[in-house]
Design a protein around this ligand. Structure first.
Ligand code: OXD
Ligand code: MN
Length: 581
């Protein structure tokens, strides 16, 4: 017996019988264990040492070339009733899914070690945290889970005390995309993933547990599990504000969470609570408190440098695992957007020269680091009660239409704003890039149940509280022929400043059919080189264009048929009426 928890022991025994490993190893989460795993991966070639003088304890992992992103077409929600998964998910009948997976998992670990990773999503002592156990045959997964979660003995103790955990079974299988599945069984609190070692498919605590399974649990238990960063902003008066923001993958969540204030914002401080996932619970006064269930970052590397994101850049100077970046002549990691170094090998390990016309790092190359590496880490990321949220922001990557920022008229209108998010696709998932698709609340790939029920769940909070956060929509990605209209990165604090002042009821705004838009003079542009023309374009609403957009949104909502909450259609109709006037 390796655990006092009978259910866990029985399940581990069953998995071992099916997968037939030559060894079973229970992870304790110690530094020594991490070092042992790293040493073993260096020996097997799974990890390569980077320049240890300039990048201490940094390693490079080159993945299988067909395994570089999330695979949404192979990701399934297996509920007994197909409608519970909804048109937003791929669905398979649970028994059929288990049969298929049993065949794929049979003997898949023979000759290998099976690692048992007990983990806790959220601070160990928070009532909001939830535990899980991931069984895997991948040492890379163990090393990444060590950086990304609170794992090992403490988590196991909590599981033994609580007697509840999510069961996650993972094997890299043969990495053949034809035998790759990421399956979720929310009714059984079970995840089964095979055929991929990529973070989003293989680190089961992250997308699979903390979003897909947790969103299902949140529906049943009246909370929210969201694809949101959480950022702490302190103004010169030392008042602190906590904002949660949902953007689709690779649209700048990590950058916003680690923002560096522009020079003209003297006395402002920005600290990170989380960069990808927020769990929100309502207190007795109707305020939402958020915890970050994760303990590390799995961030997109390309574009990161001292100027775009100094904190992220510093965060990945030590104790980082890089996946699919290139290397320089001095054995340092290299990626597009890095300001120094001479790249000589690309992410595949092939010779590379800067005159080559392909990328050196994969566009979805990643870094994994502990959150504590971040110079802007907020201690409150470990607070069991979380932080009180004053504003929720939705956003997408839209080169046209969506203004820089607008505020929803109230919570229910904000649910429409979130449900209507559209964004151009990125390299974080396999498939076409740059195509606008609906990504409600940035949860399209991550909501573990029918979006129609999800939106109803969101609406229900308006009846429970008069103290809800204000809801906003931002777009950093508007373009004209010359490029981006807004400089983004640290300058985004100018928009957060406006949002905070709106939360404090300090300033007015212009009412438009789609929501409240800033008066031009209320966006602090001091020290910013932006033309009046661009600022006007960023803050102007084009009713004709918006009517086309609202039509497209309605068509999308219609896919959800009778299950769609009427409230969503009412909110939609209100905006359309107002645009028609
Ligand atoms: C991520 C993603 O890795 O959203 O966070 O794909
Ligand atoms: Mn994400």
């Amino acid at each position: 017996m390796n655990t006092k928890n009978k259910e866990l022991q029985t399940w581990v025994d069953e998995v071992a019988t099916l997968t037939n490993p030559s060894e079973i190893y229970w992870c304790d989460g110690s530094n020594q264990e991490f070092q042992n795993i790293t040493a073993q991966m260096l020996e097997s070639g799974d990890l390569l040492k980077l320049n240890q003088e300039t990048f201490p304890n940094c390693y490079l992992h080159r993945s299988d070339q067909r395994d570089v992103a999330r695979v949404e077409h192979l990701t399934f929600i297996c509920t007994s009733d197909r409608d519970d998964a909804g048109p937003n998910n791929n669905w398979m009948e649970p028994d059929e899914a288990h049969r298929k997976l049993d065949e794929l998992f049979r003997n898949c670990m023979s000759g290998k070690t099976m690692y048992i990773i007990p983990y806790c999503m959220g601070p160990i002592d928070s009532v909001y945290s939830r535990c899980g156990v991931e069984v895997t045959d991948s040492p890379y997964v163990v090393a990444n889970m060590f950086l990304m979660t609170r794992m090992g003995t403490k988590a196991l103790e909590r599981i033994e005390a609580e007697n509840q955990f999510v069961k996650g079974m993972h094997s890299i299988g043969d990495l053949n995309p034809d035998r790759r599945f990421i399956m979720h069984f929310p009714e059984e609190l079970t995840i089964r993933s095979i055929g991929s070692g990529y973070g989003g498919n293989a680190l089961l605590g992250k997308k699979c547990h903390a979003l897909r399974i947790a969103s299902w649990q949140a529906l049943k238990e009246n909370w929210l599990a969201e694809h949101m960063l959480i950022v702490e902003i302190e103004n010169p008066q030392q008042e602190k504000f906590y904002i949660a923001a949902a953007f689709p993958s690779a649209c700048g969540k990590t950058n916003l969470a680690m923002l560096i204030p522009p020079d003209t914002f003297k006395g402002w401080k920005v600290r990170t609570i989380g960069d990808d996932i927020a769990w929100l619970h309502m207190d007795e006064d109707g305020r939402f408190w958020a915890i970050n269930p994760e303990a590390g970052y799995f961030g997109v590397v390309p574009g990161t440098n001292q100027e775009t994101n100094k904190n992220a850049y510093e965060t990945l100077q030590s104790n980082a695992i890089y996946t699919n970046v290139g290397i320089t002549d001095t054995n340092e990691p290299w990626w597009e957007g890095k300001l120094e170094g001479k790249p000589i090998k690309d992410w595949k390990g092939d010779d590379y020269s800067s005159t080559d016309n392909h990328n050196c790092a994969h566009p979805n190359s990643r870094f994994t680091v502990s959150a504590k590496n971040n110079p802007g880490y907020s201690d409150l990321a470990d607070s069991p009660s979380g932080v009180p949220i004053c504003a929720i922001i939705f956003g997408g990557r839209r080169s046209e239409l969506a203004p820089l920022v607008y505020e929803a008229k109230d919570w229910n209108h904000g649910v429409l704003v979130g449900a209507s998010v559209g964004s151009e696709t990125t390299a974080a998932a396999s498939g076409d890039i740059g195509v606008v698709r609906r990504d409600p609340m940035a949860m399209k790939p991550f909501c573990g149940y029918n979006f129609a029920d999800y939106w109803r769940h969101w609406f229900a909070f308006s009846k429970q509280s008069n103290n809800l956060p204000k809801i906003f929509h931002v777009n950093w990605f508007r373009k004209n022929d010359q490029g981006f209209l807004w400089p983004g990165f640290g300058e985004n604090l100018r928009v957060l400043d406006w949002i905070i002042q709106r939360c404090q009821n300090k300033i007015d705004a212009k009412e438009t059919p789609i929501g409240y838009v800033p008066m031009k003079e209320d966006i602090n542009t001091s020290g910013l080189n932006i033309s009046d023309e661009n600022l006007n374009a960023l803050l102007t609403i084009e009713p004709d264009q918006w009517l086309i957009e609202m039509n497209a949104i309605k068509e999308y909502f219609n896919e959800f048929g009778k299950r769609l909450p009427n409230q969503l259609l009412n909110e939609h109709a209100k905006v359309v009426d107002s645009l028609n006037k």
